[in-house]
Design a protein. Structure first.
Length: 287
């Protein structure tokens, strides 16, 4: 198996619900929905919703504009085990980013198993490419684009951080100036061996393509890697090893362990302007 886990133990390590009750899980879900609705209403005059960035019906994004033109942009990739979630549930971080003087973009994309994980990642990358290409049209600075994500969105943010933009999109290599993958997965071999592969359908070549830790870029880019101390051991290990690999490759990395927080509670920190996580992201963006 993997790291001396039995199959049952490995499956449990990749199931965050083993650490929280059904009631707590539902509270976190309700937080995202209700807070996102509140923030959309609060920032209605700054919101451009359901912008099309691709041909798939799910390729849409929401933009929350900064108070001034020429501001940096934070692009957020939602989580949900690659098979759940939508952009509408992650409007809530816009409140803190806009207040700090940044644009905020929530990305929607097709979900597994309706599409492969390769296509899921491609769509998220295409959204970032769209933001770069259209930044000036919405008053943003194309030379200050940053990406973050949580859980499976942390994995996808990691994949965005290692993208070869010249090869894949014909764009400058440095369109992303920094990334913050949070509570993510960066080596998919244990995921392939776990129960999650019942819907991901990963084989060895897909694992190789889709594991960010195997594609560390030559170009220097700052990273913030965050995770909760109350997360599953495998999730903490994956974040720590990705941060260590990034630093060993000669790139700057700030590692933020959020004391006492479970996987789901970490989500709330994206709209907590006093959180060590958000402060690290603001510092990365020079806000």
């Amino acid at each position: 198996m993997w790291r001396n886990y039995t199959q049952a133990q490995l499956d449990a390590q990749y199931n965050q619900k083993t650490l929280v009750s059904d009631e707590e899980h539902q509270r976190h879900r309700e937080y995202k929905v209700t807070e996102s609705a509140r923030v959309r209403a609060k920032l209605a005059d700054r919101a451009i919703l359901d912008v099309v960035y691709g041909l798939n019906a799910d390729e849409r994004l929401d933009i929350f504009k900064a108070p001034r033109r020429g501001a940096p942009t934070q692009v957020f990739i939602h989580g949900g085990a690659w098979k759940n979630g939508k952009k509408d549930d992650v409007s809530y971080p816009a409140e803190s980013f806009v207040a700090r003087g940044a644009n905020y973009v929530a990305v929607n994309f097709a979900l597994v198993p309706d599409v492969t994980l390769d296509e899921h990642v491609r769509q998220a990358r295409a959204a970032v490419a769209w933001v770069y290409q259209h930044a000036r049209e919405v008053g943003a600075d194309p030379d200050r684009i940053y990406v973050s994500g949580h859980s499976s969105g942390g994995h996808v943010a990691g994949m965005i951080a290692v993208t070869d933009w010249e090869k894949e999109f014909g764009l400058p290599a440095d369109i992303i100036k920094g990334a913050a993958p949070v509570s993510g997965l960066f080596e998919l071999e244990p995921v392939k061996r776990s129960w999650r592969n019942s819907y991901l359908k990963l084989d060895d070549t897909a694992v190789a393509r889709l594991s960010p830790i195997r594609h560390l870029p030559a170009r220097t880019m700052p990273l913030v890697v965050g995770y909760g101390s109350g997360e599953l051991e495998e999730f903490k290990r994956q974040s720590r090893e990705f941060a260590a690999a990034w630093r060993a490759h000669g790139h700057p990395c700030v590692e933020v362990e959020l004391r006492g927080l479970t996987h789901y509670a970490v989500n709330h920190e994206f709209n907590n302007p006093q959180s060590p996580l958000l402060l690290a992201i603001f510092a990365q963006m020079s806000l």
